[in-house]
Design a protein around this ligand. Structure first.
Ligand code: FAD
Length: 374
């Protein structure tokens, strides 16, 4: 009998192994899978032999070599950070955007420009809903982009919003996504299964750097107890050396050391090989030690065009990234890969054919001696 590659396999190989990244790629593709209250929910069994839920999942087979040759037209060469044209630092020139944004507002500025200039008609972003629960959110106007500014450090089923729509006609779509979601988008683009989502109309992917994303329910229960049940307005994570979760309530800021929340990092983040959203058009993160500045990895031609236009229109200030920061980024990125490969090895997943990456590349990553703080 042929091997199942549908919901049954997704449950056995991902959900039951506690490897679901809760990216949303499998949700609302069919009537059976939904997100509810920060959880993956199965409403009904399905015995299809092959399903998009399994094909799109970033934690089912990951053929990195095929993604590189299929999407990028070349081999997987830069094992640290994936393909890029340049890496710089930038910030949005509008102080109002910066004030609402997580770091320097580059992501919100780029998505607003892409909508205003007609590059895209709509975008899939993530907003914090009631009780800080993050969810995918469709926007069509620049004002709506700002509603989503800021990071939720909780895993969000953002791609469920892409699957669900509703979409108007042939709208071109932008997506802001963390690495597991960018991987799912790459798998959607390469999948030979029937297209029922607007994956071919995605005209822009802005990826975020990500080391981990927390599991909503236990994390929120912990935070609520720590802030003594006072309603939470906002949460921030500060970079090293401070490394604090700052919880803002009315009139108070509660500082929680990052080590106290590490137990809410799900095992799936430990097997993720990507820190910088390698298959996005542009990837954006923070610049360590420089508050209010983003690191921007410009990867594709369309990413470069949008970024240059933002600079020309005075929306972004762009500066050279100091060499030490660039090196640190590469080291941190490689370290995430090495840790993930070791975790996959320990879980016996490398032997199952989960990862398709040349043996030589695997060895190069495993033998790299880089250590960086994360
Ligand atoms: C879970 C998570 C972990 C991260 N880890 C790191 C890290 O280790 N190192 C680092 O340098 N940067 C990390 N970042 C990125 C950083 O927090 C900022 O998003 C980035 O610097 C862009 O800043 P900005 O001011 O340009 O973004 P903004 O202009 O504020 O825009 C932020 C965008 O992020 C999207 N977003 C918010 N929460 C989520 C979510 N949970 N999932 C998907 N999209 C979301 C929103 O749609 C919004 O459009 C992480 C982000 C997330 C969401």
């Amino acid at each position: 009998m042929a091997e199942n590659r549908g919901l049954q396999a997704l449950e056995a190989n991902v959900i039951q192994k506690d490897l679901c990244a809760f990216c949303g790629a499998c949700l609302s593709l069919c009537p059976y899978l939904r997100s509810w209250g920060g959880r993956w929910v199965k409403l009904h069994d399905c015995d299809l032999a092959e399903g998009r839920c399994y094909a799109y999942c970033p934690r089912t087979e990951l053929d990195l070599d095929a993604i590189h040759s299929g999407l990028l037209g070349g081999p997987y060469e830069d094992l640290a950070m994936g393909p890029f044209r340049r890496v710089v630092m930038a910030q949005c020139t509008d102080p109002q955007v910066r004030q609402r944004a997580q770091t320097g507002g580059v992501v919100s500025a780029l998505m607003s420009l892409a909508l205003d200039a007609g590059w895209i008609d709509a975008a899939v972003l993530t907003r914090r809903g009631e009780d800080q629960l993050p969810e995918g959110y469709l926007v069509r106007k620049r004002e709506e982009v700002l509603i989503c500014a800021g990071s939720s450090y909780v895993a969000a089923p953002t791609l469920e919003a892409l699957n669900r729509g509703p979409w108007n006609g042939d709208e071109r779509i932008g997506v802001v996504a963390i690495p597991c979601q960018v991987q799912a988008l790459a798998k959607m683009r390469l999948s030979a299964l029937e297209r029922k989502t607007p994956i071919d109309r995605i005209a822009l992917i802005v990826g975020l750097f990500c080391t981990w994303a927390l599991t909503y329910r236990p994390f929120m229960e912990f935070v609520r107890i720590r802030v003594q049940g006072v309603p939470i307005q906002k949460m921030d994570i500060t970079p090293p050396p401070e490394r604090l979760l700052k919880v803002h309530t009315h009139g108070d800021v509660w500082n929680i050391p990052l080590d106290e929340i590490r137990s809410f990092i799900p095992p799936t983040c430990g097997v993720c090989l990507d820190m910088t959203s390698e298959w996005a058009d542009l990837s954006v993160g923070t610049v360590e030690g420089m508050e209010g500045w983003n690191t921007v990895v410009v990867r594709t031609e369309r990413g470069e065009e949008l970024f240059e236009r933002a600079e020309k229109e005075g929306l972004l200030e762009i500066r050279q990234l100091p060499e030490a920061n660039f090196q640190h980024l590469r080291d941190a990125s490689l370290l995430k890969k090495r840790r993930a490969l070791k975790a996959l090895q320990e879980r016996g997943e490398l032997a199952t054919g989960y990862l398709k990456l040349s043996q030589e590349a695997v060895q190069r990553i495993l033998e790299d001696g880089t250590e960086a703080e994360s």
